[in-house]
Design a protein around this ligand. Structure first.
Ligand code: NAD
Length: 475
């Protein structure tokens, strides 16, 4: 029988008696079972979080930081076990799973140093007017399946730091590593401050509509984000939404193809392309298009697609069957329309495991589904452009606005273009770098609000203005 993982409610590891199977996408075998929670368990978790909020909000920030550092240490001390488990449920190769696990530990530690200082807007004979930040209360955190541990930490840490308590729901596709982490931290965090419960997708709406949850922090698709906004509107819950993206990478004619080919490859194919901030559209200046596309294809031919647990694998399987079928559908559509493939594009590679070959397209039209939609798979459309204004307009022609990149030998030129892109993050000569101290959030339909940095932390708080009138003190 597959190993059973329990949920964390009020400091205790619990089970419900009903179980959901979790599958390894590399071989489609059931590798674990998790509790199927419903309204009863959610109510218990929210009640525990509400009770814990009373004391946690008043706990000195240094003690809250210490609890976060204990979580960070637990991740690091158990990194070996955690990254292997992560590969088995998520599919990403071991090296990338290691990066996620150590990245989560590092992100927790770095974010714990943040603080929201009180602001004095007036301090004179008339009045003292202070603005301070107070925690919103009980947070509902909902995360996707592409970076389950990093996303969980991204919700748990700012909630704890700000003085909130949290009920977190992992994706039903990838709950195992998060629940193992729950077990590791159960006695390191006061009961009720962090609760982690699992269930089917219908547990999500129960969270967004729960009357005793004050804020939702969500990472996932734009379609679900819209439902969450709707669900949260009934009682005006605060919301932070990190949603989909269709990021453009723009390669200027002065970029050295030999230098950028490998980086561009990984900008598109890390985690088999299942990254919200992956390069999903790559615009290459016509002067270097042939040389650069040939260099990318040459590099790609040496990257092994396979089980992430096997040594040498660079690109693992797609995480789940639904997404696998969607990526195959986009490739099929491109083939039917007669677009040219530089690599991949074969018919469904049947067999066990959700494997999609590395797929690179040669200058498909802008309105091709594989360009206009978020592929979220190992697919890289390369497109030619002639002039800057044209490519900026093409990059901005999207309902999404998450991130983008410019590649050039002239960083000033890169910044000039970056400032014209309608996205929350733009990189010049790198990709996917996120700082714990800078806000990360989508423009347009890629999100609402931001995570990371002081701006992200503020979203777990309300401002409170307190004024003391000084020239009107009753005798
Ligand atoms: P998803 O929206 O299908 O699911 C995300 C989470 O929401 C899961 O836990 C799911 O169980 C839950 N959920 C599903 N329906 C719900 C509902 N009606 N109400 C509340 N919760 C519900 O997303 P996914 O397929 O797991 O993840 C892929 C998407 O996430 C991509 O679009 C990707 O770009 C996006 N993403 C964005 C970021 C970012 O930071 N902007 C990061 C990672 C992934």
């Amino acid at each position: 029988m597959a190993k059973q993982y329990r949920n964390l409610i009020n400091g205790e590891m619990i089970e419900t008696g009903e179980w959901l199977d979790v599958v390894n996408p590399a071989n489609e075998e059931v590798i674990g079972q998790v509790p199927a929670c419903g309204k009863d368990e959610l109510d218990k978790a929210v009640a525990a979080a509400r009770a814990a909020f009373k004391t946690w909000r008043k706990t000195p920030i240094d003690d809250r930081r210490a609890a976060i550092m204990a979580i960070s240490a637990a991740i690091k001390e158990n990194a070996d076990e955690l990254f292997r488990l992560l590969t088995s449920e998520q599919g990403k190769p071991h090296a990338q799973a290691q990066q996620e696990i150590y990245g989560a530990a590092g992100m927790a530690a770095a974010q714990s140093t943040l603080s929201l200082d009180e602001e004095v807007v007036q301090d004179d004979d008339t009045r003292l007017h202070r603005v301070r930040r107070v925690p919103v209360g009980v947070v509902g955190g909902i995360v996707p399946w592409n970076f389950p541990v990093m996303m969980a930490i991204q919700k748990i840490v700012p909630a704890m730091l700000s003085g909130c308590t949290i009920v977190l729901k992992p994706s039903p596709f990838t709950p195992l590593t998060t629940l193992r982490l729950a077990e590791l931290i159960a006695d390191k965090v006061p009961a009720g401050v962090v609760n982690i419960i699992t269930g089917e997708d219908d547990l999500g709406p129960m969270i967004t509509q729960h009357p005793d949850i004050d804020k939702i922090t969500f990472t996932g698709s734009t379609a679900t984000g819209k439902k969450i906004m709707e669900g949260a509107s009934a009682d005006l819950k605060r919301i932070t939404l990190e949603l989909g993206g269709n990021d453009a990478s723009i390669v200027l004619p002065d970029a050295d193809p030999k230098k950028v080919a490998e980086q561009l490859f990984w900008a598109s194919f890390a985690n088999a392309g299942q990254v919200c901030i992956a390069a999903k559209r790559v615009y290459i200046h016509e002067d270097i298009y042939d040389e650069l596309s040939a260099a990318i294809v040459e590099y790609a031919k040496n990257v092994k697609v396979g089980d992430g647990a096997q040594q040498g694998t660079g690109v693992g399987p797609i995480q789940n069957r639904k997404q696998y079928e969607r990526v195959l559908e986009l490739i099929e559509d491109a083939r039917e329309k007669g677009y040219k493939f530089l690599l991949g594009g074969e018919k469904d590679p049947s067999g066990t495991g959700y494997y999609v070959p590395i797929t690179i397209l040669d200058n498909p039209p802008e309105d091709a589904r594989i360009v206009a939609e978020e592929q979220f798979g190992p697919v890289m459309p390369l497109m030619k452009f002639k002039d800057e204004d044209e490519v900026i307009a093409r990059a901005n022609n999207s309902e999404y606005g998450l991130a983008g990149a410019v590649w050039t030998a002239n960083p000033d030129k890169g910044v000039e273009i970056a400032e014209q892109l309608e996205t929350g993050t733009v990189w010049v000569n790198e990709f996917m770098h996120l700082s714990p101290f800078a806000p990360f959030g989508g423009h347009k339909q890629s999100g609402f609000g931001a995570e990371y940095g002081k701006e992200g932390l503020k979203e777990f708080t309300y401002p409170q203005a307190i004024t003391v009138k000084r020239d009107n003190v009753p005798a």
